[in-house]
Design a protein around this ligand. Structure first.
Ligand code: PMV
Length: 348
């Protein structure tokens, strides 16, 4: 077989209604649907994949460093290996793969590259193998890298339906509106800490549903939030989007704290951001900004372009200079051969 190569770029997403808790750890099936914004290429992962008979084994390079694909503790490589394996068996190609990936995330921004990387890898590998997969199937495959990665396969405003089936075929992401529907929406990101989290999201997804009593109410609350936020996005009703976003982040961090032992990701600086945004909204007399936090202390503040300066300056006062602004994007795309990270069969 001739060598086959493809390259794709993927971007992160930020959930406004969160996924926390899974009903199946192998397939990454969530307890509830979630809703997110796919960000533009201000932050991105580029991934090239080559399948070749000349390769003796699968290998993965991330930001210039080789990763051990046989190390089960290395989540990045274990997930990449899993996706390559799934796509290889779908295509019938048996050749080994070389995967080369680079992130342009600002240094120490503390972002997980699993979502942008998962979307780029699923798209590049399926293209190289000649599999004509639609976004739904790509998202089902990316979901197996990390649950939230499935949302980065779609552009703009995205819902990941929890689904009900045991095999996960009805648990996929889809765009409810492209980024162009509401291009004024932006995410102002404040880096508060880039230290490694003590409890991985993977552990949390299992611990919280098992031990938190409050969690019994969480899937129902999140489903209701998803329904309402879809309607609010369709109407471009920022006040409702902002309120649901802040409440849903607080709801997720409440069930994290109610886990046993408790899981805490927010720190005093994160809480200072929460209070500052409420103060800003009160001063404006209407919600102009909404905070949301993932499994870490870094703040994402969703706002509209016309309020960018106010929000950036409020965040700089609290978190210092580590503030990045991202708009909305249309999801992963293929790059040309010229942009490949693999030249003459080796990483560039
Ligand atoms: O995709 P994972 O397993 O890293 O879980 C992500 C969970 C949150 O980021 C906290 C919420 C979300 O929906 O993105």
């Amino acid at each position: 077989m001739d060598d086959i190569t493809a390259t794709a770029v993927g971007t992160p997403n930020i959930a406004l209604v969160k996924y926390w808790g899974r009903r199946d750890a192998v397939l990454n099936l969530p307890m509830n649907s979630s809703f997110s914004l796919t960000l533009d290429e201000s932050l991105r992962t580029t991934t090239s994949v080559m399948f070749s008979d000349s390769l003796a084994e699968d290998s993965l390079y991330v930001d210039g460093e080789i990763q051990n694909l046989n190390d089960p503790k290395n989540e990045k490589s274990a997930f990449a290996g899993k996706v390559i394996g799934i796509l290889r068996s779908m295509s019938g190609v048996e050749s080994k793969a070389l995967v080369v990936s680079t992130n342009t995330f600002p240094k120490s921004a503390g972002f997980a590259s699993s979502a942008s990387g998962g979307a780029a890898l699923a798209m590049a590998a399926s293209e190289a193998l000649g599999l004509k997969l639609d976004r739904r199937l790509l998202s089902i495959i990316a979901r197996q890298i990390s649950g939230s990665a499935c949302r980065s396969v779609c552009g703009g405003f995205v819902v990941w339906k929890a689904g009900e089936k045991g095999d996960g075929t009805d648990s996929y992401a889809e765009s409810i509106a492209p980024a162009s529907h509401w291009p004024d929406v932006i995410d102002v990101i404040a880096t508060i800490s880039s230290a490694k989290k003590k409890i991985s999201s993977s552990e949390g997804h299992t611990l919280t549903p098992k031990t938190s009593e409050l969690y019994r109410a969480r899937p129902g609350i999140a489903e209701e939030h998803v329904k309402r936020i879809i309607e609010a996005v369709r109407q471009k009703d920022f006040g409702t989007v902002a309120e649901i976003t802040m409440k849903d982040s607080n709801s997720m961090h409440a069930v994290m704290l109610d886990s046993f032992p408790p899981i805490t990701y927010l720190n005093d600086i994160s809480r200072a951001v929460i209070y500052a945004i409420h103060e800003l909204n009160n001063a404006e007399g209407t919600p102009i900004a909404a905070y949301t936090f993932d499994a870490g202390p870094n703040a994402h503040v969703i706002t509209l372009k016309q309020h960018k300066n106010k929000v950036v300056s409020a965040l700089r006062d609290i978190a210092g200079d580590g503030v990045v602004v991202a708009g909305l994007g249309e999801g992963p795309r293929l790059l040309s051969e010229k942009e490949s990270l693999i030249k003459d069969g080796v990483p560039t």
